[in-house]
Design a protein around this ligand. Sequence first.
Ligand SMILES: [Cu+2]
Ligand SMILES: [Zn+2]
Length: 201
Amino acid sequence: MLTTIFFFAVLTVGWTRMREPSVHYAVCNLRPSSVLPNNITGTIYFRQTHGARKRKDRYMQVQVDVDNVSLLDNTNKHGFHVHEFGDTSAGCPSMGPHYNPRGTLHGDIMNQPTDRHVGDWGNLQQDPVSGKIKVYFVDYLTKLHGPESILGRGVVLHAGQDDLGVNKTDPGSTSTGNSGARLACCVIARSAPIPDDKFMP
Ligand SMILES: [Cu+2]
Ligand SMILES: [Zn+2]
């Protein structure tokens, strides 16, 4: 009898836990690539509610705050992606190719999962006068939990504009969006809860 009660107690607690949404936080401290010196500094904040009831509430929220982006591209746009490795041993090139757990081609953040990499975040627009990038966006595909979690992987800010993979006959376009050199990068790390006011939707 006692065993039965215990069994159901464990089951009930387990079930409640499974249904409880959990909020995951991460940060990434952007620094210049050692192989392409510049003065970029910045922080990227991540928040995601795992198990939220509404689909939209499960999207990953990303706040990007970057300073001192030099004007290396006349469009003022910079490709921005998750790369496979959180490794900066030999500068940002050590982060390897785009994180691509599904074996798909490069694309835009707005594309279907079959037509983009998991961490394809398109372009960030810099302010041409101040050299700052201050952007908030959400992504339905990237995750801070589960088998495709981006924790421990790399984020790269590129010198050039991402062509979003539109030129299907160009291997550069379908792998990296021809985004050019890696200006700055950082490793995505689990963090303590981030205050709401850091996120500016
Ligand atoms: Cu990239
Ligand atoms: Zn990509």
